[in-house]
Ligand binder design. Structure first.
Ligand code: AHG
Ligand code: MN
Ligand code: MN
Length: 345
C-alpha cells in the first residue's frame, strides 16, 4: 500500500504551494517522469520489443562521444528524453551522455529557464542480461541573459543543481527525486500509469558494513584505495574491527538505489586505466545528481579529495572518481586519501 495515495503530480503541486518549486520546474520534472515511463516500457519489452543489442547497422558499431559502443536502448532512451523535453517551453537546452555537445531548444519552440542533463540509460552492459538499468538527470538554471546556451553554460558545480533524480528500471520502476528539500521515492503503478509516493524523506544510515566497488580493477588503484579496501577485507581482525559485505551491480543507478535504501558506500575510484580521463563516471550527469540525492538523504559524496558538489566542471563530459553513501564510511575513505597525500607531501 502507498501512504495516502500521493501521486508525483500531487506531490509536486504541494511542493509548489509550499514555495519549494515553481510551475516551470514542476512541469520539467513531470515531463522527465513521463519520458521515464516510456523508457521503462521499452526496457520491459526486452527481446519482444527488439530493443536488445547494439545500435548501428549490421557489422558497424555506433560509437558515442565517450568512445563506447551504443546499445539500441541507449539511443532509444536518448530519443525519448529529447522528444519529450523539446516542446514544453520549460528548458533552454539539453545535454546528454550520448551527445557530443549540448543542444539548445529548437527555435520553433519557446525557451525556458532551465538546463537538463541526463544519462539516458545507465548500466548499458546490463541491458541484454535482464539486470536493472536506469536513467539519471540533473537540472541547472540557464545563466542570466543567455538565450542560446552552449556547453560552457552547463559547467556549473553540483551545488547549483535545482533538482536531480534517477529512475531505476528493475523489478519495480522507481523514481527518486530531490528538488533540494529531501530525497523522495515514487513507485510506478503500472496499471494506472502513475508514480506514487512510496518513501518520503529517504535517510541513509550513517554507518555501514557494505561496500560496492569493481574489485577487478584492484591492481590499477591508487595506494590509498588499495589500503582502504584492504582494511575492509581484513574484517573483524583488521583495523576496522568489523566484517564487511560487498555488492557490485555495475549499474550505478541500481547500486545507489540500494545504498539510499539500506546504506553502504559506492566507489568508482581513480585507477591507472581511467586516470588519463580523470575517472570513469561522468560528473555532470552521473556523479552530481547522485551526490545531491545522497546528501539530501543525509549521506556524503566525495571524489576522495573534495566534496563532489563543489567540483568546478571543466567539460561537459568531465569524469571524476566517486565515493558516495553512508556518511561515516565516505569520511573513512576520504581519510585514507588525506593521510596518504599528507605522507606524500
Ligand atoms: P553507462 O552505462 O551509462 O555508460 O554507465 C555505466 C557505469 C555505471 O553505471 C557503473 O557503475 C559502471 O559504469 C560500471 O563500470 P564497470 O563495468 O567498470 O564495473
Ligand atoms: Mn551511466
Ligand atoms: Mn548511459
Amino acid at each position: 500500500m502507498t501512504p495516502n495515495n500521493i501521486s508525483l503530480t500531487r506531490f509536486l503541486i504541494e511542493e509548489q504551494r509550499a514555495g519549494r518549486v515553481n510551475a516551470e520546474l514542476r512541469l520539467l520534472v513531470e515531463v522527465v517522469a513521463r519520458a521515464c515511463k516510456r523508457i521503462s516500457i521499452a526496457v520491459g519489452k526486452g527481446a519482444l520489443g527488439g530493443v536488445l543489442g547494439e545500435a548501428g547497422g549490421e557489422g558497424e558499431a555506433s560509437i558515442n562521444v565517450q568512445g563506447e559502443a551504443q546499445k539500441k536502448l541507449d539511443v532509444i532512451a536518448n530519443d525519448v528524453l529529447l522528444e519529450a523535453n523539446a516542446w514544453g517551453g520549460h528548458l533552454a537546452g539539453l545535454a546528454s551522455e550520448e551527445m557530443d555537445h549540448s543542444m539548445p531548444i529548437p527555435d520553433v519552440y519557446p525557451r525556458g529557464n532551465y538546463l537538463l542533463l541526463f544519462d539516458p540509460l545507465d548500466g548499458s552492459s546490463n541491458i541484454d542480461v535482464n539486470v536493472s538499468v536506469g536513467t539519471i538527470f540533473s537540472v541547472l538554471r540557464c545563466p542570466e541573459g543567455v538565450t542560446t546556451p552552449t556547453d560552457e553554460d552547463y559547467l556549473q558545480p553540483g551545488t547549483e543543481q535545482v533538482a536531480a533524480g534517477y529512475c531505476v528500471y528493475g523489478p519495480q520502476t522507481t523514481l527518486v527525486l530531490t528538488v533540494g528539500h529531501g530525497t523522495h521515492a515514487f513507485t510506478l503503478d503500472r496499471e494506472v500509469g502513475s508514480f506514487l509516493l512510496t518513501t518520503r524523506g529517504m535517510r541513509i544510515p550513517e554507518e555501514t558494513k557494505e561496500f560496492a566497488v569493481n574489485a577487478s580493477n584492484q591492481r590499477f588503484w591508487e595506494a590509498p584505495m588499495q589500503r582502504y579496501v584492504g582494511d575492509l577485507l581484513a574484517g573483524k581482525e583488521g583495523p576496522r574491527g568489523k566484517d564487511f559485505n560487498m555488492r557490485w551491480i555495475a549499474s550505478m543507478v541500481a547500486d545507489v538505489h540500494r545504498i539510499l535504501t539500506r546504506g553502504g558506500i559506492f566507489s568508482y575510484p581513480l585507477d591507472s586505466k581511467c586516470a588519463p580521463k580523470g575517472g570513469k563516471l561522468r560528473l555532470l550527469y552521473e556523479a552530481n545528481p547522485m551526490s545531491l540525492l545522497v546528501e539530501q538523504a543525509g549521506g556524503a559524496a566525495s571524489t576522495g579529495r573534495q566534496r563532489m558538489l563543489e567540483v568546478q566542471p571543466t567539460g561537459l563530459h568531465m569524469r571524476v572518481p566517486v565515493f558516495l553513501g553512508s556518511k561515516a564510511e565516505v569520511e573513512a575513505a576520504v581519510s585514507y586519501h588525506r593521510s596518504h597525500d599528507a605522507g606524500a607531501a
